[in-house]
Ligand binder design. Structure first.
Ligand code: URA
Length: 240
């Protein structure tokens, strides 16, 4: 991994940026045998030997990216018909790492999309066994009611499958609501509201497990996960 030394330390070892800076200040880091106390300099963990407390600091080869998927973009890595996909929004260096999309998001939905080439993590976050909670904000044609809140909290029979209990929170007049679900079946939230006689007009994913969409990102923007975010999501998937 290339970048500022403090960032490389935090990302590769999954310690926080503050802890990385403290380790630097304390003289616990060397680059090619030379103690370095300033985290601002650029390094390359493949080409240089970076040691923290005498242990080599190396990238694990995995990339983890959060993307604010805009409406109209497919949550896929390629499309035979040439539609714009999430992958098209990433720079070449990330595309080369061949990340997969963790959990689909409809074309007309927006919000948090996690892309990673850590296949084990992807599998765990989307498998019903680990079921990371996903939080969405919805806009409805007519206000949701307390009856809908109760219906979302119970298993809901949608014909071809029955949902696990979720959570619906009404915002203001109920035309806006927050929904938490554990699974991610095709069109699940739209179908749950349809079952309640309401239509979802807009859908935005705000979080996946502990990973929250960065408010600084505009639609179409992306950024790598921080070391702390990677640690939290690996912990949520029982991988740490
Ligand atoms: N539920 C939906 O209906 N669509 C999504 O994209 C995600 C959850």
């Amino acid at each position: 991994m290339k970048g500022r030394l403090d960032k490389v330390l935090a990302t590769c070892t999954l310690i926080s940026r503050t802890d990385a800076q403290a380790a630097l200040k304390a003289g616990r880091v060397t680059v090619d045998g030379v103690p370095v106390r300033d985290g601002k300099g650029k390094v390359d963990s493949d080409a240089q030997v970076i040691l923290l407390d005498g242990k080599r600091v190396e990238g694990d080869g995995f990339v983890y990216v959060m993307l604010y998927k805009p409406v109209g973009v497919l949550s896929a890595t390629e499309d035979k018909k040439g539609a714009v996909t999430a992958m098209d929004l990433l720079p070449e260096e990330y595309r080369k790492a061949a990340p997969g999309v963790v959990g689909r998001l409809d074309k007309d939905a927006e919000g948090l999309l996690l892309l990673t080439n850590n296949g084990d993590l992807n599998h765990r976050l989307t498998s019903p066994k680990h079921h990371a909670d996903k939080l969405y904000r919805v806009t409805l044609d007519i206000p949701a009611t307390e009856a809908d809140v109760a219906a979302f909290a119970a298993p809901m029979d949608l014909g071809d499958f029955t949902t696990q209990p979720g959570r619906l929170e009404l915002v203001e007049d109920g035309k806006t609501a927050l929904v938490t679900i554990h699974e991610g079946k095709f069109h699940q939230i739209k179908r749950m509201f349809q079952h309640q006689g309401k239509t979802v007009q807009a859908l935005k994913r705000l979080s996946i497990g502990p990973l929250v969409l960065d408010e600084m990102l505009a639609p179409g923007d992306w950024r790598p996960l921080t070391g702390g975010e990677i640690r939290e999501i690996l912990q949520a998937a029982d991988m740490m």
